[in-house]
Design a protein around this ligand. Structure first.
Ligand SMILES: *[C@@H]1O[C@H](CO)[C@@H](O)[C@H](O)[C@H]1NC(C)=O
Ligand SMILES: *[C@@H]1O[C@H](CO)[C@@H](O)[C@H](O)[C@H]1NC(C)=O
Ligand SMILES: *[C@@H]1O[C@H](CO)[C@@H](O)[C@H](O)[C@H]1NC(C)=O
Length: 498
């Protein structure tokens, strides 16, 4: 009773403020209304009015369902089907931008991730190349001639026009059941399971343009902070690809002065009014030198792609670039969701900080570094203009420490085992034997360790939950020279604290 009174008084007050002259009239009305509502309430509690009210509710409900139905262009059956089926690899088509000159070398990067029986891809080249069916590479096609399109950029190359048309050309092949078209370069390595994890966050029946920026602040200023960098790869939903295909050739003609393919793509996206949806697991890697700092402190998001692998040093030392990436496919196939994910913990007695980048490397630091420092990539790399200038990045970085005691001891991933009864992975990391400067701190020396073993349960649903770093714990080890670490979901109340 009191509740209904309050609602009516509140409504009365707002009505009164709209026109104060009617104040007395509305007060009288209010009293009548209260009496009326009270009467209905009493009747209702006596169940005298039960039939008409339920009837009203029913009508209202039907009306609601009807409008929802009309709003959607899909019928109920269709809607239910697409809602329940998650996007699988077979719903994705990759369009790979390649050049005939570099093909013999670059195809090795594609072999690392492409599985002929599980996914569809087309490699678009500027000229014919020799193919070897036993290599199980995607079909290669020569792009349509684009010499009729104007290209006036002095720095760039007109192949940009050909490459920007790959999405449209792939769409025109008329493949069935395509939900997403994903672009990449011939030197892009995709973690396809993680790509699906990201794509499944979005409704493929809507128009989406998903990708990420450059690491270089200047590149983002020159090009755009709203552009997906092509090398890191980007995804275009089917309806957007269809809309693009209809207008792209006209659109490209309007921007002869642009540099590349990805800015041409973004120009057309802007004409279509579709903004970039940023997913920071796509990596353009516009850097030189060593990716270590970036890979050892990956943001808490699935690793979707790696790019510019010919530009940076091999990700594991003392082996070729392709061999190093082959090694990374071991943890990738065991627990893709966890690949390169960081966890931070402390060996409290020895006063060491430990950072695990699962499947890649473990670092041990003398002294205590807070998680907010550890989650910043250390500047082991140079920027796109080959300088070590920290203002050059579109994210926070930390300098490599100059204190001789603070040089991290790095253990690189070497091998992995999987216990299928416990659903547990055991990954091993071997110490990178490089000379360490003399340290005068009276503190335990991590060089007594040769190896780190990391135990972790596989967690394919990691990214179905809110993003959170895993926790790590230093365990007792009965093997001399081996540190044992457990990585997993943080327990209730567990924090990374020294
Ligand atoms: C709804 O869509 C499904 C699948 O396309 C089709 O089989 C069915 O006949 C449609 N139903 C109606 C009522 O249009
Ligand atoms: C590098 O690899 C070669 C051959 O695999 C090996 O002989 C050599 O000891 C390695 N060097 C280092 C520093 O690990
Ligand atoms: C897996 O774990 C179980 C339980 O600890 C153990 O008994 C078994 O030997 C392990 N299997 C392998 C292959 O390591």
């Amino acid at each position: 009773m009191k509740e209904s009174e309050k609602v009516i008084w509140d409504q009365g007050r707002s009505a009164g403020s709209a026109s104060s002259a009617q104040g007395r009239v509305s007060q009288k009305l209010m009293v009548c209304l209260i009496l009326f509502v009270s009467l209905i309430y009493i009747l209702h509690t006596l169940k005298l009015l039960s039939t008409p009210t339920t009837c009203n509710h029913h009508n209202h409900h039907e009306h609601g369902a009807f409008s929802v139905h009309r709003l959607s262009s899909l019928n109920v059956t269709e809607k239910r089907e697409t809602r329940t089926e998650k996007t699988k690899l077979r719903h994705v088509v990759f369009g790979i931008a390649a050049s005939s000159k570099l093909w013999a070398h670059r195809k090795n990067y594609i072999k690392l991730w492409y599985k002929a029986n599980k996914m569809r891809a087309v490699v678009w080249l500027d000229d014919r190349v020799k193919t070897h069916p036993e290599e199980q590479l995607p079909p290669v096609k020569v792009s349509t001639d684009t010499s009729n399109f104007a290209y006036t950029n002095k720095q760039g190359h007109r192949s940009a026009i050909r490459i920007s048309r790959i999405v449209s050309e792939t769409l025109r092949l008329g493949m069935k059941e395509v939900r997403w078209l994903v672009m990449g370069d011939d030197d892009t390595v995709f973690v396809t399971e993680n790509l699906l994890r990201v794509l499944n966050k979005y409704d493929h029946r809507e128009m989406y343009y998903i990708g990420s920026l450059s690491e270089s602040h200047l590149q983002n200023i020159f090009f755009s902070y709203g552009m997906a960098y092509g090398g890191g790869g980007f995804a275009i939903s089917y309806p957007l690809a269809k809309a693009l295909q209809k207008m792209q050739d006209r659109c490209i003609q309007r921007y002869p002065g642009l540099y590349g393919s990805d800015d041409r793509m973004q120009a057309c996206m802007a004409e279509l009014g579709v903004p970039l949806t940023k997913e920071i697991g796509f990596h353009q890697y516009d850097v030189y030198g060593n990716l270590f700092g970036l890979l050892a402190a990956h943001p808490v998001t699935p690793l979707v792609s790696l790019h510019h692998l010919d530009v940076v040093e091999p990700i594991f030392p003392n082996m070729s670039r392709v061999e190093a990436l082959q090694r990374l496919t071991i943890p990738m196939n065991l627990d893709s969701a966890a690949l390169i994910q960081q966890s931070i913990c402390y060996e409290k007695k020895k006063k060491w900080t430990i950072s695990v980048s699962w499947g890649f490397a473990v670092q041990i630091f003398r002294g205590i570094f807070s998680p907010r420092e550890m989650e910043m990539p250390s500047r082991t790399f140079l920027n796109w203009y080959r300088r070590a200038d920290y203002t050059a990045y579109a994210f926070n970085t930390r300098p490599v420490s100059r204190n001789p005691c603070q040089k991290p001891f790095v253990f690189y991933f070497s091998k992995a085992k999987f216990n299928s009864t416990k659903l547990q992975t055991v990954t091993e990391y071997e110490r990178h034997r490089v000379p360490h400067p003399e340290c005068r701190w009276k503190m335990a020396d991590p060089s007594a360790l040769d190896k780190v073993e990391v135990y972790k349960k596989t967690d394919p649903h990691l990214w179905d939950r809110a993003p959170r770093r895993n926790c790590c714990r230093v365990k007792k080890s009965n093997k001399k020279g081996t540190m044992v670490i457990d990585v997993g979901v943080c327990r209730d109340g567990e924090v990374s604290e020294a």
